[in-house]
Design a protein around this ligand. Structure first.
Ligand code: IVH
Length: 664
């Protein structure tokens, strides 16, 4: 038995060494046939002696597992995004900010490519790979361990045997692999991926890990979280590189911002020669000890910035301009373009925003225009090329009629947009219904815009609340062309089911201007029901963390409108739930739930992290301290808010107190 064990160890060691040379160092040591021979030998021994299979065996990377869904995982340290710099001035501002913040201390920067992929967090316990999690919303990601295990450049066992090691980086597909995948898809008639990033995202989010195993994902690692082990970013990269992770070779330590700018230039020049996509350069303060002093905004660390490459620009002919109406009645103008290849995708439509945008640039139908596309953002028209033919084209004239209902359009004071203010404009109603049933709102599957249109045109839907009366017309709806019994029954079930949604979904679905999904969540978490929200005064609303005057006014105006009142009454009559169900009993904490908190000063984690925890326990997190505030959570250098709390006799707690309140 021992000789078998030794043989297996020997095979694994060889294969892992060859795999490392091939996948990480990009310099193969043996040819494929030799590798395969050893691999098969290991495989058959492991089949015979399954007890001898260990987690670092290359045979453990083959996929095989098929999940129902990805489990959610709460990041121990939130995965933040980076602030952007677009030019030299932005970079110098970043440097000046750091200089001001850390006063007399010396600092330098590490400059490395910004890989255009998906961020991932890898967790190792006692040297063994245990979990890979996507970024998600930064606080909660998805557990994609089974897929990440198939990435051959990620070690399954590492030399650092600490209990908990976390390393972050970017999963990507090389340009070559991307071409291969698309070629295959073309052959089997499947839709093509627009770019390597989308292909990598599509692969990482496959529940069937066999798909990931067949697609050769790769990963660069660029952020080591165990700062107790190494104290600078450059050392950490050497450290993880020694542990056999793939670290980008273009990274460089720069002594000052001039050197940073030079190296950005160098990386930009390399861009086209790389076998992977990069969309910018990341600049990080090198010394981990300065991270705390520099701190964080709610979204970004202040010790790093992403320089984004300018977006690609192409020219093409503008074939037509058409207007469309959104659910708020806002008119947007769109361009029909002669197809053009831009940032990896075929573009044949672009936004023109509003009428002023077109007039100011003198964009004319038939002209050659410059089109820009940055990342995943919708293509935009920049300006026309004023060549010889241009003058002979007609100047574009805006219409003051709604393209759908022909009513006269209006302009809201201080806004550039035109609005259709006809409350019975069919397109507006349909668009607001489409929003109401969408996934983040009431999530009624089966009510596509086409079906909504059919029901609307046949008189079964006049406004949102009619959705809940559709069951009365079941037989007649079944008879409408191509609506089978089963699909109508499923639809009616989905409608019934939506009645018990937690109320933030309903509140978002109502389509109140400026009330997005997150705002709806914050409000319902704070006020617990739409009945309560209805009673809230402007001053209270405005003071809620993340709300502010514009949103507060929009909500108050919405509740003041009689039609909206009627709509709420009808929904209530149909027994649609107006209460927040988000808080489960396990999340109830008598010290925290329903209490109000103000967070101030620098804490060990970004404020949003604590805000989320508190809100998960049903606390209100507000901006300013008053007598009614229950607690002030204060970090280092808490300024005027702390003073005010002390003056008003409000309880002040620190992070440790919070943890003990949470029972941790
Ligand atoms: S550092 C807290 N370094 O860019 C900062 N990010 O726009 C951790 N990215 O979410 C990120 N290459 O997914 C860092 N060399 C690099 C990167 C990089 C790509 C991604 C990452 C991040 C996004 C921010």
């Amino acid at each position: 038995m021992d000789t078998i064990k030794n043989k297996i160890e020997e095979l694994k060691e060889k294969l892992n060494e060859w795999g490392y040379a091939y996948y990480v160092l990009d310099s193969p040591m043996v040819d494929d046939a030799e590798y395969d021979k050893y691999y098969r030998e290991l495989q058959s021994l492991e089949q015979e002696y399954p007890d001898l299979i260990t987690s670092d065996s290359p045979t453990q990377r083959v996929g095989g597992i098929i999940l129902d869904k990805f489990e959610k995982y709460q990041h121990k340290t939130p995965m933040l995004s980076l602030a952007n710099a677009f030019n030299e001035k932005d970079l110098r501002d970043f440097d000046n900010q750091i200089y001001k913040e850390i006063k007399n201390k010396i600092y330098n920067f590490f400059v490395e490519p910004k890989i255009d992929g998906l961020s991932i967090s890898l967790i190792y316990n006692n040297g063994t790979f245990v979990k890979a999690v996507t970024r998600g919303d930064g606080f909660f990601g998805e557990d994609v361990t089974t897929n990440v295990k198939t990435i051959k450049s990620i070690p399954l066992v590492i030399s650092d045997k600490n209990d908990y090691v976390e390393i972050r980086g970017e999963v990507f597909l090389s340009k070559k692999e991307f071409e291969k995948i698309n070629q295959k898809r073309l052959e089997i008639g499947e839709p093509l991926f627009a770019n390597p990033r989308n292909a990598a995202a599509g692969t990482l989010r496959q529940l069937d890990s066999n798909v990931a195993a067949s697609r050769n994902l790769d990963a660069y690692l660029y952020y080591f979280l165990n700062h107790e082990i190494v104290s600078t970013h450059s050392e950490s990269l050497d450290y993880i590189s020694k542990m056999k992770f793939k670290v980008n070779e273009l990274g460089k330590l720069c002594q000052n911002i001039d050197e940073v700018i030079k190296h950005i230039q160098f990386i930009s020049e390399q861009r086209m020669n790389l076998n992977y996509e990069i969309d910018g350069v990341v600049i990080k303060v090198n010394d981990f000890n300065l991270y705390e002093a520099l701190g964080y905004t709610s979204k970004f660390p202040k010790w790093a910035i992403a320089y984004k490459f300018p977006a690609e620009i192409k020219t093409t002919r503008l074939l037509d301009i058409f207007a469309s109406v959104g659910r708020t009645g806002r008119i947007t103008y769109n361009a029909v373009l002669e197809p053009v290849e831009l940032a990896g995708t075929k573009v044949q439509a672009a936004t023109l925003h509003n009428a002023d945008f077109i007039k100011q640039r003198d964009i004319r139908i038939g002209s050659i225009v410059k089109v820009k596309k940055a990342g995943d953002i919708i293509p935009e028209i920049l300006e026309p090329i004023k060549n010889e033919d241009f003058e002979s084209l007609d100047v574009w004239q805006e219409s003051n009629q709604c393209p759908e209902c022909n009513s006269v359009l209006e302009r809201v004071e201080s806004e550039v947009d035109q609005y259709c203010i006809n409350t019975s404009c069919p397109r507006k109603i349909l668009r607001s219904m489409e929003h109401f049933v969408s996934r983040d709102a009431m999530n009624i599957e089966g009510l596509s815009i086409k079906i909504l249109e059919k029901l609307f045109n046949n008189g079964y839907l006049k406004n949102i609340s009619d959705i809940y009366f559709l069951k009365k017309h079941k037989e007649k709806i079944i008879e409408l062309d191509k609506m089978g019994t089963k699909s109508v029954e499923n639809l009616l079930d989905a409608i019934e089911k939506s009645k018990s949604n937690s109320a933030e979904k309903l509140f978002f679905g109502l389509g109140i201007r400026h009330v997005g999904k997150k705002t709806a969540q914050v409000l319902l978490k704070n006020f617990k029901s739409i009945y309560e929200l209805r009673k809230i005064e402007y001053e209270v609303l405005e003071n809620i963390y993340d709300i502010g005057p514009t949103i507060a006014k929009s909500i108050i105006d919405w509740f003041d409108n009689k039609d909206n009142d009627k709509l709420l009454m009808q929904l209530e009559k149909c027994e649609v739930n107006f209460n927040y169900n988000g808080l489960s009993e396990t999340n109830f904490n008598e010290n925290i739930s329903n209490k109000s908190f103000v967070i101030t000063g620098t804490l060990s984690q970004p404020r949003n992290h604590f805000k989320k925890i508190l809100e998960d326990y049903g606390a209100k997190v507000i901006e300013s301290v008053s007598k009614k505030t229950d607690y002030v959570l204060a970090g280092i250098e808490a300024g005027s808010k702390l003073e005010k709390a002390i003056k008003l006799g409000v309880k002040v707690i620190n992070e440790e107190d919070l943890l003990s309140m949470l029972g941790e």
